[in-house]
Ligand binder design. Sequence first.
Ligand code: F0G
Length: 457
Amino acid sequence: ELPFSESFKIKMVEPIRKSTREERETWIKAAKYNLFNLRSDQVFIDLLTDSGTGAMSDRQWAAMMLGDESYAGASSYYNLKNAIKNILGFEYFLPTHQGRAAENVLFSALVKEGDVVPGNSHFDTTKGHIEFRKATAIDCTIDEAFDTTIDHPFKGNLDLNKLEHVLQSHPKENIPMIIVTVTCNSSGGQPVSMQNMRDVYAMAKEYGIRVLFDSARFAENAYFIKLREEGYADKSIKEIVREMYTYADGMTMSSKKDAIVNMGGFIALREEELFKKASQFNIIYEGFVTYGGMSGRDMNALAQGLDEGTEFDYLETRIKQVAYLGNKLKEFGVPVQEPFGGHAIFVDAKRFLPHIPKEEYIAQTLAIELYKEAGIRGVEIGTLLADRDPGTRENRYPALELLRLAIPRRVYTNNHMDVIAVALKNVFERRNEIKRGYAILEEAPIMRHFTVELAPT
Ligand code: F0G
């Protein structure tokens, strides 16, 4: 058998530049030890996020040239509407400028003070939009998700007992929806099984509650179902995706991930009443209902991206690259979350740096060390991101301290993966020399991780 290789060839390139350790030490200090403050040219391999950082295809760029910039009723809007109908199966949709804008619009129509919103480890903007409305996000993820050493094929699953407990202990009027995040970013890019989607939907209907999918990485989720769940091996990704959405009443989408565009999002719904209500908010916050924060060319590229993003060959190339990095790290003994996520490798910082106290931001300490080592920018998924409790203002210490290495789509080669793996190995070998973590100098009252300023302790 021939070895595996990428399902694309490269038509356009963008130079990147190496730096010296000395330069990086100066830059990270000037950035107050916050990697969000670095300039992109101070970074060699950028793994901050897989969001909006993908490489569009020749077909997507070609679709952009055919974008229709009419204010109302643009053909690009109808192209996108058709793609959403055909691929995802929803009748109604609203374009928004990105995923959190979709949350803002839809939650404005749905969430009120005192509500509860159960789900599987809500993403931070999702949680932010719930808490901003004085409602509560309740995490019902299975316990296995919080132990990085347990091998479970669907660590994104909801625990049905936890979910039923929430549904029983709150009046229906206070539960505007259940949110299922596919794949579950906050638990490590972990998929939700079709069976779990089916069970959650059945329970939701029993209690008369709607189910929404936070869909940023829905296609990667479908790929894992095909590989790991019985009965799906012979189904196409598009068939699996169509079935997934029969267990949802609506969805919010950050198109910057699995639809491989640099900016964009949408809401898709089945209920006409809710669509009408959300349309009002879309007009106020985003733009008229046929463009809502996106230009015609961007809607065209997105329609094409939804089609490409749900093709098996593309997904296989993508997810195998992530696993390639994961396996290298494992060989080097670096503690990583298993099974590997779809969009990222998550390094278990508590197991990597067990001697750093949680009050000194373990995962952030590791992120800074990796940057200094090789100019690689990952992101902390730990105490900084978890923020303070809105009531007590105490730090919330999450079960896991992770360094996320998010892999942009169709951007880096496996040689870059080799560099990342060796750089982390080097840090791992000198881990006992890393004696201290960091303290906060300044922070914002909400979403502090973007702007926080730190100093070594
Ligand atoms: N939902 C999930 C599961 C996400 O991962 C994100 C973004 C959003 C919603 C919000 O979408 O950025 O388009 O407004 N995640 C990015 C990340 C930022 O790096 O994981 P957005």
